[in-house]
Design a protein around this ligand. Structure first.
Ligand SMILES: Cc1cc2nc3c(=O)[nH]c(=O)nc-3n(C[C@H](O)[C@H](O)[C@H](O)COP(=O)(O)O)c2cc1C
Length: 181
């Protein structure tokens, strides 16, 4: 198999924001959470904790906490909230580790034939969400990964073939930044 074919499953990972009523298997959620907790982190500190949510009432409250960014949680069958510590001086490093875990969950969901999407909660929703999820003091949630079975509409490509990202010539350079002549 060509290298491009080997990595193609990663290229197929995309944001899903609309889900069917079908439930998500508990084992699939465990596998997604494991993919997250095995992601790397700065100095292997593992700053994150993950709250797996299946309660429809809680999912809808999260959806209401920051529309339109949180709209995927309106139909999600499950979600994983990434909990971070509020540590001065580590915000960038923790955000990087958070992104690594979030993307891994999207990849894991895609490999399992599920859809997933990132929802960023607005900062002013943090206290209420902290209470909703029973977080200890000094912890907050910014990223929630919505998970479910994608609707046919959400599975359809949002752009023409090959146009969902900037062209490679504009984004990937060899040895030195290449300006257009
Ligand atoms: C840091 C970050 C925050 C994001 N926040 C949201 C969000 O709050 N709500 C949402 O619907 N999508 C969110 N997204 C998803 C992006 O909109 C999505 O990755 C982008 O549109 C590409 O979509 P595609 O992978 O389906 O092509 C976020 C993505 C990243 C990387």
């Amino acid at each position: 198999m060509k290298p491009a074919d080997v990595v193609r499953p990663l290229l197929r990972v995309h944001q899903v924001r609309e889900f069917t009523d079908a439930p998500v298997d508990a084992e699939a959620l465990d596998a997604i959470a494991d993919a997250a907790r095995w992601s790397g982190s700065s100095a292997n500190i593992q700053p994150w904790r993950f709250v797996v949510i299946r309660d429809p009432g809680v999912l809808r409250q999260l959806a209401d906490s920051g529309p339109p960014h949180t709209r995927s949680l309106t139909t999600a069958a499950a979600a994983v909230a990434i909990v971070l510590p509020q540590v001065k001086g580590a915000a960038v490093s923790n955000a990087f580790d958070e992104g690594r875990a979030a993307e891994r969950m999207l990849i894991a969901a895609s490999l399992l034939g599920l859809g997933a999407g990132i929802a960023w909660l607005p900062a002013d929703a943090r206290p209420a969400v902290g209470e909703l999820l029973g977080l200890p003091d000094g912890r907050f949630v910014r990223t929630v990964v919505a998970i479910g079975h994608s609707t046919a509409r959400a599975s359809r490509p949002k752009s023409a073939k090959g146009e969902a990202r900037l062209p490679r010539t504009e984004t990937v350079f060899s040895e030195r930044w290449e300006t257009e002549s």
